[in-house]
Design a protein around this ligand. Sequence first.
Ligand SMILES: Nc1nc2c(ncn2[C@@H]2O[C@H](COP(=O)(O)OP(=O)(O)OP(=O)(O)O)[C@@H](O)[C@H]2O)c(=O)[nH]1
Ligand SMILES: [Mg+2]
Length: 195
Amino acid sequence: MRRRELIKKVCLVGDSGVGKKTIAGLVAPFEKGIDKYTEKIGLAVTKYGLEFQFATQSIRLIIMIWDVTGQQEYRRLQRSYCLGAEGVIVVADASLPSSLESLRGWIKAVRGVSGDIPAVVIVNRIAGLPEAARAGLQRSLTAMLAPFNAPFFLVDAASSGVAALKAPFYELARRIASRAAATPSPGEPGPSRGQ
Ligand SMILES: Nc1nc2c(ncn2[C@@H]2O[C@H](COP(=O)(O)OP(=O)(O)OP(=O)(O)O)[C@@H](O)[C@H]2O)c(=O)[nH]1
Ligand SMILES: [Mg+2]
């Protein structure tokens, strides 16, 4: 069994105020010093380690989550923040239709600089949605995101448990790890060549 340790950059994007910082904070609390940094330049990085087992290898994956603010004043920097990302999490707010309409644009913008990387979508603040509206939202997200091969997760930062908030991060990490399992990094021996 081959063991590998990989560090991958993940971008956390979405319109301003949709809950990116809140969700990232609940999933993996920021370190104090880094969080202060956020307020100044609109970026925080959270480290998150996971272990994946595949048929012929085990991968210890560390994802570095770059929380890229959605604020308009940073619009010009947002693409460059995502350079070199190997996964993207896009967040929207179920009570803000414009943030849902922005989802595709965010995926396209990040893939435009980082290539065809795995994407997952989080729709936050679903607590206030009546059952019928929730079903409608699920239908429209399914249709909207199918061309991007991006699964979506409905959550509520204020009332969902941490496990539900972690699910999209775990799913993205799983996709990144399985991609890495199939493609060796430069300098590493390929799976067919063994150790
Ligand atoms: N009631 C409620 N409030 C929420 C929820 N998620 C986030 N908030 C609040 O919404 C506000 C904005 O959340 P942030 O996490 O800062 O949003 P952001 O996406 O990081 O915003 P930018 O950095 O501007 O792009 C904060 O005051 C949060 O406390 C939620 O699920 N329910
Ligand atoms: Mg933020």
